[in-house]
Design a protein around this ligand. Sequence first.
Ligand code: NAD
Ligand code: UFG
Length: 332
Amino acid sequence: MDILVTGGTGYIGSHTCVELLQAGHKVIIVDNLSNSRADVVDKLRTITGLTPVFYKADVENRAALREIFAAHRPEAVIHFAGLKAVGESCRLPLKYYRCNLDATLSLLEVMEEFGCKRLVFSSSATVYGPDNPVPYTESMPARVATNPYGWTKIMIEQILRDHTAADPAFSAVLLRYFNPIGAHTSGLLGDDPNGIPNNLMPYISRVAAGKLPHLTVFGDDYPTPDGTGLRDYLHVVDLAKGHLKALEYAAQHTGAEAFNLGTGRGVSVLELVHTFEKVNGVPVPYVIGPRRDGDLACCWANAEKAARLLGWTAEMTLEDMCRDSWNFVKNA
Ligand code: NAD
Ligand code: UFG
């Protein structure tokens, strides 16, 4: 199948392109490189022996999208492109609403012009907001976010529900990711944020590499077994494979359907730190700091719906995630 991948040179997108290429799909990437690098395309070729088509373009730009659709007539789209930093979205909300909503609307309009009816969208566990109890199930209300980034995901989910209601031939799979970490086993692809990382695993890796002096654990007074926050970490390669299952689902169903992609297990900050140290034999010095504004104590998935309807379950262990993250940072 010919598949358009927006944001395909980014962290999750690049790992998904590996799986798509290895499964025999033709991959057309559109990315403006605002948070990734063009050499990812070479790395995809090195890993798979296959070459995706790459366009440096903004997904908000309908004229550019039209040319790409006219040239390739993709049968399905996986839509990763967007801005994702929670803190930045609070400082620059208009930038987030403009980018994330405009990109999606432009994409849907051009898909409609070209009769492309299948979309897999990168949503987030953040749509469950602060009020639902863990583990989150897809039937829970997902209508309140705590930051503009989260609101863009809720709004886009609603746009996709409205669009599928108006076009009964359209299929939208909304994948609600939990906390992807890890990297491709080749060490060529991984999470490589610019500047000081916001997220836990890139921060741990940089501390382990001696590039940052210590990790600050954001609070040890949560109502959890060791007092630190619990999250559902999943390996990015498992997550990438979930997109292939979602594409199969989209080929057989219409309407908008949401799925959690997580392991179903909550892991604490300190459990992740200690597993990283043990697996990799490197120290990760840390200090306990205050809670971070907006953080929840606990966030993990009920992963049963994806297992039942997509035939997808996360297979890789926390040890795999820690080993592969470190392997990527060591190679960088
Ligand atoms: P990423 O920043 O690594 O990848 C996003 C890619 O999109 C980047 O390569 C960037 O250059 C590109 N991009 C951004 N805006 C664009 C635009 N307007 N036009 C074209 N390209 C554009 O992020 P990621 O971690 O791979 O996340 C992918 C998607 O998954 C995002 O939508 C994100 O919100 C969502 N998500 C990520 C996480 C996570 O923890 N990484 C969790 C939940 C949901
Ligand atoms: N943490 C620390 N120190 C750090 C960074 C994080 O203690 O330096 C802790 C956080 O307090 C939290 C856990 O590590 O308990 C995970 O934090 P991340 O920032 O890695 O991830 P979040 O769960 O806060 O957020 C992530 C994505 C969001 C997404 C959300 C739900 O960054 O985009 O998962 O999917 F919305």
